[in-house]
Each structure stands twice: as structure tokens, then as C-alpha cells.
Ligand binder design. Structure first.
Ligand SMILES: Nc1ncnc2c1ncn2[C@@H]1O[C@H](COP(=O)(O)OP(=O)(O)OP(=O)(O)O)[C@@H](O)[C@H]1O
Ligand SMILES: [Zn+2]
Length: 648
């Protein structure tokens, strides 16, 4: 039962909910049933069929409609007197500025990406509105509280970086199916259907041997008047035949490994079969790209079947053909999307052919899609638990009950019945560039690096600024915005191409730059230190930013003798996690032996495993095998004491 105080805090609160997906639907329902009266919802998406299994406010008839609006309507049916304001929009839109955020007493995130989370964090800091942040991945989840000046902000701690794979493993020596998927998705699919100007390691493979015109760099370009079937076979023969032969010629590599088998289309697919390949009429409507399917065209029905090498080859050629015949306008702009059926078919087929070549077990489309799309199946119960925890923290925040704020980690721990692990929040990190004013340090070659390098590699990629403004003293060097006149745009464009030391207001060693994102009201000061040389391998950006921290990438395996290194690695998100940086590591303090509250007094629980990885469930389970009494289920949060004061 809520106390009178809680009831009035709830009733008087104006709440902003960002994200009306898996967590958001549960959250809105729980907020409504807890008595909240005034809620704004921002969600940029429309409802998809795949949402219906867990986003229970939505029905089949809502597919294609705004999530925010339908969620509002669904809740008003059982709480008609609530005020719910839906915004079908991106939270990064300029309408949702600091003034907009200031009207709320608390912001609750149910998002699925780092970019939006960082943006909301910055606006909450600028508007001085508390934020309750959340995320789930399968059975794992977390809820964290961020109150300016009291607790760490969302960006105080580095977020786990995506898993990386050495390039040479992907291009030359795959040993697992995931390596074949990364190759098919990030190299081959990107090369054939994505931006032609992007650097791509398939080029290296294609041009490092004989430079005969047949196998030179432009092998992926479709020649004028080239029949689409011929083109498909040529690509097939190049990537699965010729490239493997080139790799085989490097005898050293295969001394300790199984030699791969080159495949040529004429051997795998008799001529007659290719001619008969596919029935385009069955491949899907021409006006609905999303329904185009090579499987349909070939009469392959069950996505859980493992295709034979011949079937994979037919799907490969058919999918490639369908892209050129039915989706030609998109070619050049495509990037892999797990919800794009034809893309998934192509990648599954290509990955399996490569897997067959390297004697790696083949996988079904269903499995390949899960791996390629980093899919961990969402668990509705986890979302419900997390939504409940968000509301509990929101109520504490509204009551300014800072002593009892908790970051709560939801762990699957069936054998030990351990479900929730509450942890006291940390104070703000004094060196966090987002919530403190600590300057960053950038080592850079000011005579060689251009302003563009600085903007792309530091300001956008690392600091996550979308609308940067760069000042050197009183001089404005660069700015992005809708209200700039033509002369300014031209001036900034010219600055981008200049090396730092030759800018109108030169940037040299000792310069202090101020970089600001007007929309996020975030200002960072950056001290510049000139440095001549950088290590290509270890410092591939050609610059080093200190004070900005990202957890080191999870490196799958060390360079394996072909000269690759982690800096020269392909990134994929950890397969075990669903969304980027959705789950954080449990804070250091609680990763060490941590004294538990009353119920489990005297029992030390070591949670030294990374909750990020679903595969680690087994390791988590084995943590305290010897003690069956570790039930860590707190229904009285205040009793979760035994605590060391960390808040100010
Ligand atoms: N920048 C943003 N602005 C507004 N809403 C956002 C933004 N980024 C993500 N969202 C919303 O956050 C919600 C996250 O929900 P969820 O994690 O369940 O993802 P989903 O897209 O519904 O499901 P899935 O990714 O599993 O198909 C989505 O509804 C998405 O539209
Ligand atoms: Zn911070």
C-alpha cells in the first residue's frame, strides 16, 4: 500500500516516458495502475507484427499505427480520466529541447539504443530533471537512477564496446559461423548493395593477387549489358572460388588449419538448375519491396531448415537477382537490416556457402537471422519486472528519498533463486565530461589532421554530439544548424577541409577548444596537444582523446599470424546482447564480494561476472553453488540497508 505521501507525490507528478516498446508498454500500464495522472509519451515508431507478442497494449489491427498514440488509447480505456499526451516523434527532434524537459518531474526511459539514451541523459542534466533509465536483454535487466549532482549520470561509466573480430579472421581464416555471418553481412552484402565508396576489406582480398581484369577491384561492378545470371555466377565464382584459391596459395596459413575448399557455381549448380532457378512470379509483389523473397521464389518454406550447399547457392543467386530486378533503386544505399527478408536470405546463403567451404557447420535461416541481427529473444516478464522497478524508483525520486535510491540488476539465477540485485548509486564521476566540466585532452597532429577528422572522429563518434558548434576563443570555426545563411555554410564547409593549424584561427598545441551541442546544452572543453606520429595499429584514428572512456572492445581472439590486430578489427555487437549497450556491467563495488542486507546476512555473494552476456548465465549460476539460502528478493527497499553511504 502506498503511503499518503507517496500518493500525493504520484498524483502531482508530470512524467515523461521515452519509448513505448517492450518496457514502455509495461511501464505505461504500471504507471496508470499506480495512480499517475499526467504522462507524456515519446516514441518514433509504428507498431510491427513482431511487437505483438510482448507489447500487449497493441493488437493486430494496430499494425502500422503510432506506438505512442495507440498506447495512450489502450490505457485510457481502463483509466479514462488520465492525461496522456502522445508524441509520435524522435526524442532527438528539436521540439524536445531543454525547456520541454523542464516541465517534467521525472523522465523514464524505455529505449533500445545508446544514442537516444545519451541524448536524453544530456537533456535531463541540462533541464535538471531526474532520469530513471532501464534496459532488458532476455532474462537480464537493469534499472538505474540518475539525479544531477547526487548520482552518477548515464554517461559517467563507460559503456561496453561492441565485440570485435580481427579482420584476417573474417576475410581469410573463419573458424566459427559468426565469422561467416560477419563476412556475409558487413563485407559482401555491404560491397554489393551498400555504399560503393565505403572502405571494405573485400577489396583487399580482391586486389592483392593477380591484377587480371577479371579479378581486379571492380569485380563487384555489374558490367554493361551483363546478364544478371552471369553477373551472379561471376560474383559467386569470385568470392567462393577465386578468393579461396588465392587464400590457399598462402601455404603458411594452412599449416595449422584445415584447408578451405573453393566452390565454383558450375560445380555446385549444374547449368540446367541455374536456368531453372526461381520462379520470379512467386518472389513477391513488385510494389512491396518488403515481401520480395528468394525462398518464396524457390519454394523453400521452413526457415528452420538447414539448406544444402546447392540450396544455399540457389538462394544466393536468386536473392542477388531479386535485388537487381525488384529493388534496384535501393542498391548503393542498403545496409543490413534483420527485418529485411531478402537481405537475411542473401546473408544466410552466403554465410553458409562460406561455412561449407571452411568446414564449419551450416545454420538455418532462423538461426542465421538471430546471429546476424544480434537477436536475444525478449522476455515479457523481464520487461514487466523492470517496469515495476522503474515505477518504484520514480516514486522515490519524486519524494526525493535519495538514501533509498537503488540501481537494480535483474539476473537470471534459477538455481539460487536470486532475482534482483539492488546496488546503491554512485556519486557523479568528477572526471565525466558530460556531467562535470573536466576538460578532455586531445593528442593530434595539428599539421596533418583536418577539421573534418576532428568533427567526425571526436565530436560525433566519441562525444555523440549531433549539432556541434566549435569555438576557439571568440572565433567560431564550425557550426551545424538550420538557420545558417549560405555564406556561413560555405565558410564552414571550407574550414572542414583545412588542416587544424591552417584554420582562420589556427589550432595548435596548447589551444583550448570549446565544443558545444546547442540542442543538448552540453559544452566540452578540449585541450589540444600536438603530436607528430601515431601508431597505425594501436591508434587508427590518428588521434587520441583522453578523459573520454569507452570500455575496451571485447576482442574475440588475438591476431592470428596474418598481421591483424584489434585496432584493425571488424565490429559486431555481442551476439549475446540484443541492443547496443543496453545492459551495463554491475558496478565495481558490487562485483567484488558484497555484503548483502539483513535477509542474507553473513552471506557473501560474488557477482564478478559480466551480466552483459547471456551465455554467462551458467557462470552466474555457479557463483554460490554451495549456499542455497541466497534469496535476494527485496520487497522492502528501505530494509536493503547495511549500506555504505555513497550519496552526498
Ligand atoms: N530516438 C528515439 N526517439 C523516440 N523513440 C525511440 C528512439 N529510439 C528508440 N525509440 C523507441 O524505443 C522503443 C524501444 O522498444 P523495444 O526495445 O521493445 O524495441 P522495438 O523496436 O519495439 O522491438 P524490437 O527491436 O525487438 O523489434 C521502440 O518503440 C522505439 O521506437
Ligand atoms: Zn556523468
Amino acid at each position: 500500500m502506498a503511503s499518503q505521501q507517496q500518493v500525493s507525490a504520484i498524483k502531482g507528478a508530470k512524467v515523461l516516458m521515452v519509448g513505448a516498446g517492450g518496457i514502455g508498454c509495461e511501464l505505461l500500464k504500471t504507471l496508470a495502475l499506480s495512480g499517475f495522472q499526467d504522462i507524456h509519451i515519446i516514441d518514433m515508431d509504428t507498431i510491427e507484427v513482431s511487437n505483438l507478442n510482448r507489447q500487449f497494449l497493441f493488437r493486430q489491427s494496430h499494425v502500422g499505427l503510432s506506438k505512442a498514440k495507440v498506447a495512450r488509447d489502450a490505457v485510457l480505456k481502463f483509466r479514462p480520466h488520465m492525461s496522456i499526451t502522445p508524441h509520435h516523434a524522435n526524442v532527438k527532434d528539436s521540439d524536445f529541447d531543454v525547456e520541454f524537459f523542464k516541465q517534467f518531474n521525472v523522465v523514464l526511459n524505455g529505449l533500445d539504443n545508446l544514442d537516444a539514451r545519451r541524448h536524453v541523459n544530456r537533456l535531463c542534466l541540462a533541464a535538471d530533471v531526474p532520469l530513471v533509465e532501464s534496459g532488458t536483454t532476455g532474462f537480464l535487466g537493469q534499472v538505474t537512477v540518475h539525479v544531477k549532482g547526487k548520482t552518477e549520470c548515464y554517461e559517467c561509466k563507460p559503456k561496453p564496446a561492441p565485440k570485435t573480430y580481427p579482420v584476417c579472421t573474417i576475410t581469410s581464416t573463419p573458424s566459427k559461423f559468426i565469422h561467416c555471418i560477419v563476412w556475409a553481412k558487413d563485407l559482401l552484402f555491404a560491397k554489393l548493395f551498400g555504399d560503393k565508396n565505403q572502405e571494405n576489406d573485400l577489396n583487399v582480398r580482391s586486389s592483392d593477387a593477380a591484377s587480371s581484369s577479371e579479378h581486379a577491384n571492380d569485380v563487384f561492378e555489374r558490367r554493361e549489358d551483363e546478364d544478371i545470371d552471369q553477373y551472379g555466377r561471376r560474383i559467386y565464382d569470385h568470392v567462393f572460388g577465386y578468393n579461396i584459391e588465392v587464400a590457399l596459395s598462402n601455404e603458411e596459413t594452412w599449416k595449422t588449419r584445415n584447408r578451405p575448399k573453393p566452390f565454383y557455381s558450375k560445380d555446385v549448380l549444374p547449368d540446367k538448375l541455374t536456368q531453372l532457378n526461381g520462379n520470379l512470379d512467386k518472389s513477391g509483389a513488385t510494389d512491396d519491396f518488403s515481401s520480395v523473397s528468394a525462398m518464396a521464389s524457390l519454394g523453400l518454406k521452413n526457415p528452420q531448415d538447414k539448406w544444402s550447399l546447392m540450396e544455399c547457392s540457389r538462394v544466393f543467386l536468386e536473392a542477388l537477382k531479386l535485388f537487381f530486378l525488384k529493388r534496384v533503386k535501393e542498391i548503393g544505399n542498403l545496409s543490413f537490416d534483420k527485418d529485411d527478408q531478402l537481405a537475411v536470405e542473401f546473408v544466410t546463403a552466403a554465410a553458409n556457402i562460406r561455412a561449407a567451404s571452411f568446414c564449419i557447420p551450416l545454420h538455418s535461416l532462423f538461426e542465421a537471422k538471430g546471429i546476424a541481427g544480434n537477436i536475444v529473444h525478449a522476455v515479457a516478464t523481464t520487461n514487466a519486472i523492470v517496469a515495476g522497478l522503474i515505477v518504484i524508483e520514480a516514486i522515490k525520486v519524486l519524494q526525493k528519498d535519495a538514501d533509498n535510491y537503488r540501481m537494480t540488476y535483474c539476473l537470471q539465477h534459477i538455481t539460487q533463486k536470486m532475482l534482483l540485485m539492488p546496488v546503491e548509486p554512485y556519486e557523479p564521476d568528477k572526471s565525466c565530461y558530460v556531467c562535470s566540466e573536466t576538460p578532455l585532452l586531445l593528442e593530434i597532429n595539428t599539421h596533418r589532421s583536418k577539421l573534418r577528422d576532428f568533427v567526425e572522429k571526436v565530436v560525433k563518434a566519441k562525444l555523440g554530439m549531433n549539432f556541434p558548434l566549435i569555438m576557439h576563443g571568440a572565433n567560431l570555426l564550425y557550426e551545424v544548424g538550420d538557420d545558417l545563411d549560405e555564406a556561413m555554410v560555405a565558410n564552414y564547409a571550407a574550414n572542414l577541409e583545412k588542416v587544424l593549424s591552417e584554420l582562420p584561427s589556427p589550432i595548435t598545441g596548447g589551444t583550448m577548444l570549446s565544443v558545444e551541442d546547442l540542442k543538448q546544452e552540453l559544452i566540452c572543453n578540449i585541450n589540444i596537444k600536438h603530436r607528430e606520429e601515431f601508431d597505425d595499429e594501436k591508434e587508427p584514428d590518428g588521434m587520441v582523446l583522453t578523459g573520454w572512456t569507452q570500455a575496451p572492445p571485447v576482442e574475440e581472439e588475438k591476431a592470428n599470424g596474418n598481421g591483424a590486430s584489434s585496432s584493425n578489427a571488424l565490429q559486431v555487437e555481442p551476439v549475446e546482447t540484443k541492443k547496443d549497450a543496453e545492459l551495463e556491467e554491475i558496478p565495481e563495488s558490487s562485483r567484488r564480494k558484497r555484503k548483502l542486507p539483513e535477509d542474507s546476512e553473513g552471506t557473501d555473494v560474488d557477482v564478478s561476472n559480466d551480466v552483459n552476456e547471456t551465455k554467462n548465465h551458467k557462470e552466474v549460476e555457479k557463483l554460490d553453488d554451495d549456499d542455497d539460502e541466497d534469496l535476494v528478493m527485496f520487497d522492502d527497499w528501505a530494509s536493503a540497508s547495511n549500506k555504505k553511504k555513497r550519496l552526498q
